[in-house]
Design a protein around this ligand. Structure first.
Ligand code: ADP
Length: 175
């Protein structure tokens, strides 16, 4: 699969994306929080929280899948990104692991289109210039061994996030 055609960066609200799966930047409890997590639970309705309660949480860097309920997306893939602690506490590899585990769940469920938020760059404080490079690189590497995913959107909630992620995409995929 050609990653240049597959990966796109858009400015928008992830809950509105008409894709097979949206990714939630959750916390370890998977029982709801603020930011994108709050927006996804609000839009999906209370059944999402009911299903999340059955999962027993998720480690940092891991991912879990649920139904999407009232969302346009059929699935929600919940991942827990690392909290930024200055950059020397394994944050880079944990963030890459979040993206990779989401992509692996997508492959298992034969998902063709999915949307990621800018994992860890909100309340968790990961610098977006560094997070965006990890996001694009990890997705690009995964696509080398995948032939089903054909639409991966990096959904940015602000103009500045959009600038970081599109610049990373142009630099890394343009190479
Ligand atoms: P984290 O705890 O992983 O940092 P946050 O939800 O605080 O998660 O933020 C992650 C990113 O998601 C931030 O860039 C934030 O601006 C963005 N975000 C918040 N709400 C939405 C939304 N509805 N759609 C897309 N992105 C969102």
């Amino acid at each position: 699969m050609n990653s240049f055609d597959t990966i796109s960066v858009i400015e928008g609200n992830i809950v509105e994306q008409e894709v097979d799966a949206i990714v939630n930047a959750a916390n370890n409890s998977l029982l709801g929080g603020g930011g994108v997590d709050g927006a996804i639970h609000m839009a999906a309705g209370p059944q999402l929280l009911e299903e999340c309660r059955t999962l027993g949480g998720c480690p940092t860097g891991g991912a879990r899948i649920t139904r999407g309920y009232r969302l346009p997306a059929k699935w929600v893939i919940h991942t827990v990104g690392p909290v930024w602690q200055g950059g020397n506490a394994g944050e880079d590899s944990l963030l890459a692991s979040s993206y990779r585990n989401c992509l692996e769940l997508a492959a298992i469920h034969k998902i063709r289109s999915m949307a990621f938020p800018a994992i860890s760059t909100g309340a968790y404080g990961f610098p977006p210039d560094r997070a965006s490079v990890i996001a694009v690189t990890t997705i690009k590497d995964f696509l080398q061994n995948d032939d089903l995913l054909s639409d991966i959107r990096l959904v940015c909630f602000s103009r500045s996030a959009f600038c970081h992620y599109s610049s990373a995409l142009n630099r890394i995929i343009g190479e």
